[in-house]
Design a binder for this molecule. Structure first.
Ligand code: UDP
Ligand code: MN
Length: 309
């Protein structure tokens, strides 16, 4: 059976002993559980001409969020044991083992953007929970939808349960022979709304939760705030959503995710690449206006690099 190396069975005890020695490392100066936000891009230059500036904006957005909320940021540019969609699993595991001070490892795709720089994860809501992921119980468990949750953004607790969970999850995307292709056909048959390409981490995660119900109590499908929101319905409406909020309406989403855009490779799958580029620039500048506010500046308008004070 598939196991990430090194195999570890007593991580909770090891981590508890470490924390006993360094108790002051457990919380941030803001009194919140220590968290490492990890994002990643491929080890090579983007094929699409505007891909690299997109990656740069993406990491700036995360550095800004991390600085404001004392979340440590780790930027990955290598491929460890697993590649493609699966690249996140081994990195997350390495971070857990190397950072016993971190209570949570927070994965965020490079194409996901913080657009509410004030929002903080309500960690107090998650006692007994080891994974927080945007999604809906009925969509995943009743309707088995491939988009019933989104694996582009999630938090996973630094504990033995999570190490074991990563082994089970990683096994589904193990790369030998035709395994990934066969598994891709299998999950496409079992899940609704998926076509038959090789198995991705999101399909694997949903299948794991469906096939091993004992794992569900520790996995919280969060929908009370938007850890993920599909960019198409969000980025074009940012000014509108801000105005709605300012006149007493709901707050805009926490994070928006440029699913389908492939802004680094340029191999878009659903929408026009140009629209993706324009809307991602707007989303970054919308967040950046919140960062710039204390310094007395904002963008003249969302698509523009120019500022007004
Ligand atoms: N990723 C990476 N290196 C790779 C491929 C992917 O770091 O070689 C990361 C990157 O952060 C990306 C995420 O993994 O946003 C998800 O990969 P995917 O290919 O699914 O791209 P997306 O669905 O975000 O377009
Ligand atoms: Mn993504």
């Amino acid at each position: 059976t598939f196991r990430f190396r090194p195999v570890i069975g007593n991580w909770d005890q090891q981590r508890a002993e470490w924390l006993e020695k360094y108790p002051h490392k457990r919380l941030t100066a803001q009194g919140r559980p220590r968290t490492i936000l990890v994002t990643s891009s491929p080890p090579h230059q983007c094929e699409h001409p505007t891909g690299d500036i997109f990656q740069l904006r993406s990491i700036k957005n995360k550095i800004d969020y991390g600085r404001l909320h004392m979340v440590d940021v780790y930027y990955n540019m290598v491929v460890m044991e697993m590649d493609g969609f699966w690249v996140k699993l081994p990195i997350i595991r390495r971070l857990m083992l190397q950072h016993p001070e971190a209570e949570w490892i927070w994965w965020m795709d490079s194409d996901a953007v913080f657009i509410d720089m004030d929002f903080q994860i309500p960690f107090e809501n998650y006692q007994g929970i080891n994974m927080i992921i945007p999604g809906w119980d009925d969509a995943v468990y009743d309707r088995r939808e491939w988009i019933g949750l989104n694996a582009g953004i999630f938090l996973i607790r630094n504990c033995q349960w999570s190490l074991d969970f990563l082994d089970l999850w990683g096994a589904l995307g193990e790369d030998y022979g035709d395994h990934k292709t066969i598994m891709g056909e299998f999950v496409s048959k079992e899940l609704t709304g998926r076509s038959g390409f090789e198995i991705d981490d999101q399909a694997g995660l949903i299948w794991l939760l469906i096939s091993r119900p004992e794992l569900r109590p520790q996995v919280f499908l969060e929908s009370s705030y938007l850890l993920h929101s599909y960019w198409v319905g969000v980025a074009p409406r940012l000014e509108e959503m801000l105005a709605e909020f300012q006149s007493g309406g709901e707050r805009w989403p926490f994070i928006t995710h440029f699913v389908g855009c492939k802004l680094c490779s340029g191999k878009y799958n659903s929408t026009s690449l140009e629209m993706c580029e324009d809307e991602s620039t707007r989303a970054f500048n919308f967040a950046d206006d919140q960062v710039l506010k204390p310094y007395g500046y904002r963008h003249t308008s969302l698509p523009q690099p120019e500022l007004v004070d």
